[in-house]
Design a protein around this ligand. Structure first.
Ligand SMILES: Nc1ncnc2c1ncn2[C@@H]1O[C@H](COP(=O)(O)OP(=O)(O)OP(=O)(O)O)[C@@H](O)[C@H]1O
Ligand SMILES: [Mg+2]
Length: 236
């Protein structure tokens, strides 16, 4: 079943058009990866799905339902979780308090605490940081917290914008292991990844975006083996 679908979406900000007639489909249970040069509109594509960008024409569908132009709050309630490229934490709150903020929609402290405990088992690196102020975390630790926090709501779809940016290899592998695991547990994943080879190698499906247009769609393997994609977008 198609979980997430963009049909001929033209979108941007105010008077600026960034995406032109973008169509993509993400199937339930997939990991889909979006790659493309800087400034090509990858983050804007995610923002247009979630409700942070303006959709000028076309439609966004989730589970067949037209969700075009929904607000971020509605998207969250709809089962979508989103880690922005420049996601952030509440620096003066502890790691644990940040986790609880991720579950604020539960409106139920006990449930939020229980969910956080489940996630600490998944992210043991966060356990020893629980009572530390989030503002004092390293970049990699912060990225892990943002990722874990986005899982508080047990999302149906998770969008991750450059989850590995700025991380040392040790953390990058952890993040990709987690992405696979979250996906194994049933969450559909849409990923933007500047490490295109890494992203496509975990993905069932990939999309190449350039100048706001989808240039290639295929399985991760097809895109990795496509000469033109390799030459233009994988630096090889
Ligand atoms: N809030 C905004 N208002 C106006 N223009 C914007 C806004 N955000 C992004 N843009 C423009 O939209 C274009 C695409 O930006 P976007 O962030 O979607 O690209 P990207 O592919 O995610 O790039 P990167 O790989 O650097 O993250 C850029 O030209 C950018 O300047
Ligand atoms: Mg971006």
């Amino acid at each position: 079943m198609t979980l997430l679908e963009l049909n001929d979406v033209t979108a941007g900000y105010g008077n600026t058009t960034v995406l032109h007639d973008v169509s993509i489909a993400v199937e339930e249970g997939e990991i889909a990866c979006l790659i493309g040069p800087n400034g090509s509109g990858k983050s804007t594509l995610m923002k247009s799905i979630y409700g942070f960008a303006d959709i000028f024409s076309g439609e966004v569908r989730m589970e067949g339902e037209d969700v075009t132009g929904r607000s971020p709050q509605e998207s969250l309630k709809n089962g979508m979780s989103y880690v922005l490229q420049d996601a952030s934490v509440f620096p003066d709150m502890t790691v644990h308090e940040n986790m609880l903020m991720g579950g604020y929609v539960f409106n139920d402290d006990e449930r939020a605490n229980a969910r956080a405990e489940e996630l600490y088992e998944e992210f043991p690196a966060l356990v020893e940081l629980k009572s530390q102020k989030a503002g004092s975390l390293s970049g990699g630790q912060r990225r892990l917290l943002e990722f874990a926090r986005a899982l508080m709501v047990e999302p149906e779809v998770m969008m991750l914008d450059e989850p590995s940016i700025g991380l040392e290899p040790k953390y990058i592998d952890q993040v990709f292991d987690r992405i696979r695991k979250v996906n194994d547990l049933g969450t559909t994943v849409l990923l933007v990844e500047q490490n295109a080879e890494k992203g496509l190698s975990v993905a069932d499906k990939g999309f190449v975006l350039a100048s706001g247009e989808i240039k290639f769609t295929g399985t991760g393997t097809e895109l990795l083996n496509n000469d033109e994609v390799g030459r233009l977008y994988l630096g090889g």
